[in-house]
Design a protein around this ligand. Structure first.
Ligand code: IMP
Length: 187
């Protein structure tokens, strides 16, 4: 089998969750969400950029009346640490007042980004907001946030692939891998 082009060019993320395991879990999550949320339309808000791959697969696994919207955020901090300061660079385009919202994230790490987004969305008076994330790192949480649907809980690794990036790279990997620390230069 031909290796994925992102893996040919340079450093190879260490495989953590295979594309097959992701597909199975996303299908199960879609069924669980569809069965759990009360009847009525579900207003899905995917947080860009990281959640775009996950959200695309998730909505296709939800046999419900789904509306799709997008919120783009820029988180400040170092390349691998969120500061919790979040700037909205693209706001949702549809009103959510009185709507049942499903906020779709790629990963919940400290929880600061989700906290900020939940506070923002609550000012628009949705009927409810549920949070769904592909990945969660519970050991890293610095604020309590409700996360209703979790694909996989992972340990404290910096991961890439299936939408997640490091410096905008690796989003197109079909699996999730651990990004190795850059090797220190030879003495
Ligand atoms: P939080 O505010 O610390 O929960 O961080 C959330 C955001 O940080 C995510 O939406 C990602 O954009 C980014 N992030 C946190 N951990 C990782 C990771 O392991 N890989 C890639 N991005 C991450």
């Amino acid at each position: 089998m031909c290796p994925h082009p992102s893996r040919i060019e340079n450093d190879l993320p260490l495989p953590l969750i295979s594309a097959e395991d992701i597909a199975q879990r996303v299908a199960a999550l879609g069924r669980e969400i569809a069965a759990t949320l009360p009847p009525g339309p579900i207003h899905v808000i995917a947080v860009l950029r990281g959640a775009f791959v996950f959200a695309a697969d998730l909505v296709r696994a939800m046999p419900r009346d789904v509306r799709c919207d997008f919120l783009a955020v820029r988180s400040y901090g170092s390349a691998t640490e969120s500061s919790g300061i979040v700037e909205i660079t693209h706001d949702i385009g549809l009103p959510i007042t009185g709507q049942q919202v499903l906020l779709v994230e790629d990963i919940v790490d400290t929880g600061l980004t989700i906290r900020h987004l939940l506070d923002l969305l609550s000012t628009r008076h949705p009927a409810s907001v549920h949070v769904c994330t592909l990945l969660s790192k519970p050991s890293r949480r610095s604020t309590e946030v409700p996360v209703h649907f979790v694909g996989f809980e992972i340990a404290d690794h910096f991961v890439v692939g299936y939408g997640l990036d490091h410096d905008q790279r690796y989003r197109n990997l079909p699996h999730v891998g651990i990004l190795a620390e850059p090797s220190s230069p030879a003495p």
